[in-house]
Write a protein that binds this ligand. Structure first.
Ligand code: WTA
Length: 647
C-alpha cells in the first residue's frame, strides 16, 4: 500500500478549531496527557462522573478476549440518564424536541421522560418482564422508542432493537436468537408522506409458533387499521394509564447486560453484539461530551441516525441522555415534504451540534446547496459524521455549506462492536484534516499492522487493530462466544481486529480505507475502494460513486465503478463520454492501475436502510451473478434501474 492512497494523502488543507471553542481546549487537551500517564486511572475518573449505587474498586479485569470493567460497582443506567438530572434541578430542561413527519411536535423535559420511563418500567414488570429477560423493540423514531430502551435498562431487561425496515423473517430471526419474550412496536409511522405499517410485520413474524413472545405492546402512532390478537396484544397508552407512576429503581452490577444489537458479519447469520452497562455508559457519555465539545446547559444536539442502529443507541439515547443533553428527534425522511426540511429543523430549534452520515451529506450535495439557503444555519457550531470514510470533497462541502465555513467537522470512526467513538479529533483541540478520522480518543490504543501483526510505520497502510481493551467494547456475541473469539481475536491474539483497512500518515494520524473486504487486489496491487471513490467524487461531474472489485481473468480483480452524475452533466454528456472522462480522470489522479475497467452511469445506488452502499450487491451485479438476499435494501427498484444500464 505504498503510493495508492496518495490521492487522499495529497490532502494538505488544515483547519484549526475556531476561536470560540478555544476556552474548552485546555481541559480537553489535558485529557490526552492524563490518559497517557495512567490509562486505567483516566477511565476510572470518567466512570466516576456517573452516579453509582456501590462504587467500584477494580477498574479492569482482562482475561483476553473477555473484559470486565468496574465490575464490583453497581448502578442503574436509566437513573443515570434521567432521574439524576431531575434530582440535580434540571427537570425542566428539554430532553427531546420531537417532530413528526407531518409536522406535529412534542416537547418532553427530563422530568417528563423520567415519569414516562417509571410508568413504563411498571408496565414491563406487570407483563412479566424480569431483569435479564430480553425485549425486542421494533419501533421507529418516536419518543416512546427512547422510553422503551430506558425502561428496559431501568428494570435490568436486555433490549434488542430491530430496525423498523426489517422484514418479518429478519425480525423473527432476531427474536428467536435473543429469546425475546416481549415485543414493543407501533401500529405504523410516517415515512415519505404515508403511514408505513409496522404491527403487521410483527404479526407475520410471530405467526409460526415456536417463539417465546407472550405479549406485544403497541404504541399508537399511525392510527392505521391493524389486526389484534386478544390476550397477547396490549395498547401502550392503556397500559400506561393503568400503571403506577412511582417506580423504585434497583441498582445492577456494572457488567449487567444492557442490550444486544444484531449486525451483519461475513456469514449470512447476523451477530448479536452484546453490550453491558457501566463501561458502555462511561465511554458513550465521555466521547459525546468531548468529541463534540457538548455543553448540556446550552447546546441543542441533533443526531440523524435511526434509533434501531448503534448510533441511535449510543448517540441519541445513552451518551446524550447521560450528559443531560437537549436534543432534536425527527420522524420520517429528510426530503419530505421538501429537501428544505432538515435545514428548517435546524433553524427552528437552533441546533448547535449536528451528527449525520457521509451518505446523507453526499445526498445533500447532490440535491444542491440552494435547499440550504432559505434557512438560517448560523446556530451550528460543531458537525459530526460517522458510518463510512468521508471523502475530502464531502467533508469540505459539509464544513462550507452547512457549517458556514467555520465549524469543525468531526469524522468519528467506530463500530457496533466498539459501542462508542474510538478515533476522532476533539472539537476544541484538534487541527482537522479533511478525510482523516485523526487520532484515537484519549484512553484508546489503536495501531495499524500488517498481515503478520507487525505495526506499520507512519506513512504506511495495513489493518486497524485496537491494542488494549476499552470500556464500551462488546463483551461477546450473544450465544456464540466461539464466533466472538474467531471473528475478532483469532487473527492477532489479544488485539482486537476491526476488519477495517487504515493508513497512518506522516504525522501518525489515521485515514480509514474501508472494510478490508472492500480492498481490491488488481494485478497484485492493493487498491482501496474508498480511494477510487474519493477520486471519482472529486471530479466535477460526479454526485456519488461506489467502487467494487469484480473478478477479472487477467488481473485477478478489476475496478468497476458505479457513478451518479450531477444533473447538469447528465444533461450535457452522453453516457459514453462520461465514462471515458471518468476513467481518464481516475487514471490521472491515482495511476493507470486504478483506472476502472468499467464505469456505469446509474440513476441511484443500492443502499441499506442505514444508508450504507451495498457493495456486495454491486459486485454481484458487476459479475452478472444472481442477487442473494436483498431485503436489507432501502429501495428495491434501484437494482432494476442499474441492471437496465448494464444490459
Ligand atoms: C465503517 C457504525 C470510516 C467502518 C458506527 C466500520 C467508518 C463500520 C467510519 C462499522 C468512519 C464507521 N470512517 N469508516 N468515520 N465510521 N465506519 O457497525 O468500516 O454500522 O467497521 O457502526 O463502518 O459500522 P457499524
Amino acid at each position: 500500500m505504498s503510493d495508492r492512497i496518495d490521492h487522499l494523502l495529497n490532502e494538505t488543507r488544515r483547519f484549526a478549531p475556531p476561536e470560540a471553542l478555544a476556552g474548552a481546549s485546555a481541559t480537553s487537551a489535558a485529557l490526552y496527557e492524563r490518559a497517557r500517564e495512567d490509562r486505567l486511572g483516566f477511565w476510572a475518573e470518567q466512570a466516576r462522573e456517573l452516579q453509582w449505587a456501590t462504587p467500584f474498586t477494580e477498574v479492569l479485569d482482562w482475561e483476553p478476549p473477555h473484559a470486565r470493567w468496574f465490575h464490583d460497582g453497581t448502578l442503574n443506567v436509566a437513573v443515570n440518564c434521567l432521574d439524576r438530572h431531575v434530582e440535580a434541578g434540571h427537570g425542566d430542561r428539554v430532553a427531546l424536541r420531537w417532530e413528526g413527519e407531518p409536522g406535529d411536535r412534542r416537547t418532553l423535559t427530563y422530568a417528563d421522560m423520567t415519569a414516562e420511563v417509571k410508568r413504563l418500567a411498571n408496565v414491563l414488570t406487570s407483563l412479566g418482564v424480569r431483569a435479564g429477560d430480553r425485549v425486542a423493540i421494533y419501533l421507529p423514531m418516536l419518543p416512546e422508542a427512547v422510553a422503551a430502551m430506558l425502561a428496559c435498562a431501568r428494570i435490568g431487561a436486555v433490549h434488542t432493537a430491530v430496525f423498523g425496515g426489517f422484514s418479518p423473517s429478519n425480525l423473527r430471526g432476531r427474536i428467536d436468537d435473543a429469546g425475546a419474550t416481549l415485543v414493543i412496536t407501533t401500529d405504523g409511522a410516517w415515512r415519505k408522506g404515508k403511514v408505513f405499517p409496522l404491527k403487521p410485520t410483527v404479526d407475520e413474524a410471530l405467526r409460526e409458533p415456536g417463539h417465546g413472545v407472550t405479549n406485544v405492546l403497541v404504541v399508537r402512532r399511525g392510527e392505521n387499521e391493524i389486526e389484534w390478537t386478544p390476550g397477547r396484544d396490549v395498547w401502550y397508552h392503556d397500559a400506561m394509564a393503568a400503571a403506577d407512576a412511582e417506580h423504585e429503581a434497583e441498582a445492577f452490577p456494572a457488567e449487567h447486560p444492557l442490550f444486544i444489537l444484531y449486525t451483519s458479519g461475513t456469514t449470512g447469520k447476523p451477530k448479536g453484539i452484546l453490550h453491558t452497562s457501566a463501561g458502555y455508559l462511561t465511554q458513550t457519555a465521555f466521547t459525546h461530551r468531548h468529541v463534540f465539545d457538548l455543553k448540556p446547559e446550552s447546546d441543542v444536539y441533533w443526531c440523524t441516525a435511526d434509533i434501531g442502529w448503534v448510533t441511535g443507541h449510543s448517540y441519541i439515547v445513552y451518551g446524550p441522555m447521560a450528559n443531560g443533553t437537549t436534543q432534536v428527534m425527527h420522524e420520517g425522511t429528510f426530503d419530505t415534504p421538501t429537501p428544505e426540511r432538515p435545514w428548517q429543523i435546524i433553524e427552528r430549534y437552533g441546533v448547535t451540534v449536528f451528527y449525520t452520515a457521509p451518505t446523507a451529506i453526499r445526498t445533500f450535495m447532490k440535491l444542491g446547496r440552494q435547499h440550504t439557503q432559505s434557512s438560517d444555519l448560523s446556530s451550528l457550531r460543531v458537525l459530526g459524521t460517522v458510518g463510512e470514510p468521508i471523502n475530502p470533497e464531502a467533508w469540505m462541502w459539509y464544513r462550507e455549506v452547512i457549517g458556514g465555513g467555520t465549524t469543525p467537522v468531526m469524522d468519528t470512526w467506530w463500530q457496533t462492536e466498539t459501542g462508542a467513538i474510538m478515533i476522532s479529533g476533539l472539537a476544541s483541540v484538534t487541527t482537522l484534516k479533511p478525510g482523516s478520522a485523526q487520532v484515537p480518543i484519549p484512553g484508546i490504543d489503536i495501531d495499524v499492522v500488517d498481515e503478520q501483526g507487525e505495526p506499520v510505520g507512519d506513512g504506511d497502510g495495513g489493518l486497524l487493530v485496537v491494542t488494549s481493551p476499552w470500556p464500551s467494547m462488546l463483551r461477546t456475541i450473544w450465544g456464540d462466544d466461539d464466533r466472538y473469539r474467531e471473528t475478532y481475536w483469532q487473527k492477532f491474539g489479544d488485539r482486537y481486529f476491526a476488519g477495517d483497512g487504515a493508513r497512518k500518515d506522516d504525522d501518525g494520524e489515521i485515514w480509514l480505507l474501508g472494510r478490508v473486504d472492500d480492498v481490491m487486489n488488481v494485478s497484485g496491487h492493493r487498491l482501496s475502494t474508498a480511494e477510487i471513490e474519493s477520486s471519482l467524487v472529486a471530479h466535477e461531474s460526479t454526485a456519488e460513486a461506489a467502487v467494487v472489485g469484480a473478478s477479472d481473468e487477467t488481473t485477478g480483480q478489476a475496478v468497476v465503478a458505479f457513478v451518479i452524475l450531477k444533473q447538469r452533466f447528465a444533461d450535457e454528456l452522453t453516457v459514453e463520454e462520461s465514462e471515458a472522462v471518468l476513467r481518464k480522470h481516475v487514471a490521472a489522479e491515482i495511476g493507470a492501475i486504478a483506472r476502472p475497467r468499467q464505469v456505469f452511469i446509474v440513476p441511484d445506488l443500492p443502499k441499506t436502510r442505514s444508508g450504507k452502499i451495498m457493495r456486495r450487491l454491486l459486485r454481484d451485479l458487476a459479475e452478472g451473478r444472481d442477487l442473494g438476499d436483498t431485503t436489507t435494501l432501502a429501495d428495491q427498484t434501484v437494482v432494476d434501474a442499474i441492471r437496465s444500464q448494464l444490459r
